[in-house]
Design a protein around this ligand. Structure first.
Ligand SMILES: Cc1cc2nc3c(=O)[nH]c(=O)nc-3n(C[C@H](O)[C@H](O)[C@H](O)COP(=O)(O)O)c2cc1C
Length: 184
């Protein structure tokens, strides 16, 4: 188990029936041998406020930062809200980005996203890549995972049923394993 690569995965949606949470579940299931995807829910992370931060880092943020720190890499699964990433996702990233010792800095990152629309979260993913610059996250460029018409790709239990997409995710995670190894 000690040689197993540990990836922290989280979705940028808080809702229970989130397609992006379902997509994260699929990735955890399809992870290649030697990779474990630890799923984290950002629901308990409060709104960032420097006054709160000055009084001490809130418990859920501490847990999140520690999980990021102890991971070998991150997997962010983002919805698209108004052509960008949801505020809750940006908020979690903002908390993790704070000095001293931002655990994000130098962390390899894989990105995926699902939407019921047709754009596959492309615009949101581009915004997320922009955020990677100042946080010094190291996103893998390709292969990309862009899922449109998400409501047609999952069954009523939230299982990803589209075989072609399952194959794409499997291949992406194999590439990501090599990407993470480059930065060890
Ligand atoms: C405030 C808001 C803005 C949205 N903007 C977009 C958008 O710009 N592009 C898009 O493809 N879908 C957009 N959607 C639809 C979401 O992609 C869809 O609700 C998706 O299922 C959300 O992800 P989730 O299922 O993981 O919660 C928006 C939804 C909300 C609530």
């Amino acid at each position: 188990m000690s040689n197993t690569m540990k990836i922290l995965g989280f979705a940028g949606s808080l809702r229970k029936e989130s397609f992006n949470k379902f997509l994260l579940n699929a990735a955890a299931e399809l992870a290649p041998s030697g990779m474990y995807i630890d799923k984290f829910d950002i629901i308990d992370i409060p709104l960032f406020n420097e006054d709160v931060e000055a009084q001490g880092i809130p418990g859920p943020v501490k847990i999140f930062r520690e999980k990021v720190q102890s991971s070998d890499g991150l997997l962010i699964v983002t919805p698209e809200y108004n052509y960008s990433i949801p505020g809750v996702l940006k908020n979690a990233i903002d908390w993790a980005s704070r000095a001293p010792n931002s655990p994000l800095s130098g962390k390899p990152l894989a990105i995926m996203g699902a939407t019921m629309g047709m754009g596959g979260t492309m615009k949101a993913q581009m915004h997320l890549r922009q955020v990677c610059v100042n946080t010094n996250l190291i996103p893998m460029n390709k292969p990309e995972i862009l899922i449109s018409a998400a409501h047609e790709k999952f069954d009523t239990n939230g299982k990803l049923t589209d075989e072609a997409i399952r194959e794409q995710i499997t291949k992406m995670l194999i590439s990501y394993k090599s990407w993470v190894e480059r930065f060890k």
